[in-house]
Design a protein around this ligand. Sequence first.
Ligand code: UTP
Length: 279
Amino acid sequence: MPKDNTKIRKCLFPAAGYGTRFLPATKAIPKEMLPILTKPLLQYGVEEAREAGIDTMAIVTGRGKRAIEDHFDRSYELEHQINGTSKELLMKEIRDIVKNCTITYTRQVEMKGLGHAILTGQTLVGDEPFAVILADDLCDNDGEAVLTQMVKLYEKYRCSIVAVEEIPLEDSNKYGIVAGFEEEDSVLRVTNMVEKPESKDAPSNLAIIGRYILTPDIFDILEDTKPGKGGEIQITDALLTQAKQGGVIAYKFKGKRFDCGGVDGFVEATNFFYNKTKE
Ligand code: UTP
C-alpha cells in the first residue's frame, strides 16, 4: 500500500543530551525522566504526541538512559503488588501508553548536537514527515495542545514547521531565532534563522521552542550540515537550508511553555501544575 505522506504518524524524541544544567541530578537519571509532580517530562511529551493523533514514538537515547525504556514497559511485579488497590489509578496513563503505542529506540553514540540526534533518528522515522518534541520544553494548553495545532497546520502547508514564541531580546543567545514574512495570523514564512545569536545580531525576538514538524528531506540536509555554534550539528542550520527554498514556516503557538531543562523553568512548571491540580 502506498504510504500516506500527508499524515504525521511518528514523533521523534531526542533524549540523548547530558542535561548538564541539572547536574548532579542528571548524573545517573536521564533529564527526560525528571518528574513534574509525579510524571516524568518525557511522558508529558508522549501524551502530547498521542493527543495529536500520533501512536509511534521514536526515542533517541544514549548511555545512562535505560530508565526511559523501563518506564515505557510493563512492570509485572509492581503491577501485581498494587493490583486491586487505589494506587492502580496512578499507573493508568502509562499503562495505556504501553498498551497502545509503538515505542522504538535508537542510541546516539556521540552527543554531537540536536541536529545530529535527529539524524540518528532517521532509522526510526524513515521517509515520511514527522514531529519532534523536546521533552524538556513542557507545554500546557487550555485548548488544543501545541503539537495538535501544528499537525493541523501541516495539513494546510505541507512543509516543515517550527513553533516559536516571543522572548526578551537579551535571551536570544539561548535559542534559534527566526525571521520571515507573515502568511496569516500567527504564521510566518521563514526567510532567516540564526542559532543562539547575541541580541545585537538577532533577526527578531521570535525563538524556536522544542516542537517541530519536519519533512524527510531534512535528513539529507543534515548529512551535509557542518558543525555550527558550539561545535554541534544544529537543526537550525539545516532548517535554514530548507527555509531558503521556502520550505519552513514558523508558528506562534497558543499556550504556555516551560523550559524544564533549567532549574527556574522546572520549578515554575512544578508550581504551575501543582496549583492546577488544586483548582
Ligand atoms: P539541550 O541542549 O537542551 O539538552 O538539548 P542538553 O544538552 O541535554 O542540556 P544541557 O544544556 O547540557 O543542560 C535539547 C534536546 O536535544 C537533546 C537533549 O536530550 C534535549 O532533549 N540532545 C541534545 C540530544 O539528544 N543529543 C545531543 O547531542 C544534544
